[in-house]
Design a protein around this ligand. Structure first.
Ligand SMILES: [Mg+2]
Length: 383
């Protein structure tokens, strides 16, 4: 058995946090702990976990996961779970590389050969989604996701919702599917109206119609419309997911592999969801390591439906074109054709991280912060 020699992390543009684990034989694996807007907090947690797990046997992924979860006494939450996620993903990559097989082989093998994918359009202030959707179509996408609205007040004029319906119709007229992300921007008085208004135009799904801290509200809203309800990016473990499965409010679960405990926990959440007839569409507006890790799980689970990918996303472009292709030596693995990305074939996560670029960019990357949104009266609006 080979021991972990070192665990390092790298903050890179546009807003990502990569983890590298090296074993005593100098074999390595990469993970991703990105938690947008809370980089320094995750780095602090990683400082403690990195030191703690040096000297552990690298093959014992589940033991390390359980040690982090159970013996810390305090557990869960976005910061802690994002730190675990990066370590977990890196350990799976390391193991796959050592054995010379893709991670999906270690998860039971493939149940599909390619993965349906979607990308973002519209940015934080959705406008001109027609042109943006056409550009995605030209890139090979058949489905997109956009913010349903700009920032909205707790109770706002019903007319602020009209443009959402128009945008959905515009994208659908191109023959594409569109998911609408409410992004937690809408509160109950507006969310129920918007869901009803969108319903006749058949969005692919409605994402976070309310924040997951309002399970009773989501359940009621889910009963009011036929649109599939998607959520999960702000749920951080199978214990967080449990009540949404039990109360029947969620149709499409969107765990984020960098926040929910990595490959190990995403796989477990997917299996739990399968027993409630709930689909899995992993959330991933993040980096190439998170995407490759998601793809390894997607290839091995029966209830996978569609994978988010951040290629060309506004956050990436804003940061000087640092994109998911910038840090891998083989960017073609993320090529999209007819709405699909082919199964990854190389060992481990199936990508080759360009360590030289990672180390160079990491020398001078500030911690990313989200934009601030304020209403006309100066009060905070949800990001
Ligand atoms: Mg979202």
């Amino acid at each position: 058995m080979v021991k972990i020699k070192s665990i390092e992390y790298f903050r890179v543009l546009p807003r990502w946090l990569f983890v590298k684990i090296t074993d005593e034989e100098d074999k390595y694996g990469w993970g991703e702990s990105t938690l947008e807007g809370h980089t320094e907090a995750v780095e602090g947690t990683l400082n403690a976990l990195c030191k703690r797990f040096e000297g552990y046997e690298a093959d014992n992924i589940e033991h390390i996961w359980q040690m982090a979860w159970r013996l810390g006494f305090y557990r869960g939450g976005p910061v802690f779970m994002s730190a675990i996620s990066g370590i977990d993903i890196a350990l799976w990559d390391l193991k796959g590389r050592r054995l010379g097989v893709p991670v999906y082989q270690l998860l039971g093998g493939k149940v599909r050969n390619k993965l349906s994918v979607y990308a973002w359009i519209g940015g934080d202030r959705p406008a001109d989604v027609g042109e943006a959707a056409k550009a995605r179509q030209a890139q090979g996408f058949k489905a997109v996701k956009m913010n349903a609205t700009e920032d909205v007040n707790w109770l706002d004029s019903p007319s602020v919702l009209d443009s959402s319906v128009e945008r959905l119709k515009t994208v659908k007229a191109l023959g594409m599917d569109a998911a609408l992300d409410f992004h937690g921007r809408l509160h109950k008085p507006m969310a129920k109206q918007l869901a009803k208004a969108l319903e006749p135009h058949r969005p692919l799904f409605l994402e976070e119609p309310l924040l997951s801290e309002h399970p009773e509200g989501i359940k009621r809203l889910s009963e009011q419309v036929s649109c599939p309800i998607a959520l999960g990016e702000r749920l951080y473990s199978r214990w967080d997911v449990k009540r949404f499965l039990e109360d029947g409010s969620v149709d499409v679960l969107q765990p984020d592999i960098s926040h929910c405990g990595g490959i190990s926990e995403l796989r477990r959440i997917a299996n739990m969801a399968e027993t409630y007839d709930v689909a899995i569409a992993p959330h991933c507006p993040l980096g190439p390591i998170a995407l490759a890790a998601c793809m390894q799980v997607d290839l091995s689970i029966s209830n996978f439906v569609i994978q988010e990918m951040s290629i060309g996303m506004h956050y990436n472009l804003d940061a000087g074109e640092y994109d998911i292709t910038s840090y891998v030596k083989d960017p073609k693995v993320f090529n999209v054709q007819d709405g699909y990305v082919e199964a990854l074939k190389a060992p481990g996560l199936g990508i080759e991280v360009d360590e030289e670029v990672v180390r160079r960019v990491a020398q001078n990357t500030p911690a990313w912060q989200p934009k601030e949104f304020f209403g006309p009266d100066g009060s905070i609006r949800e990001w």
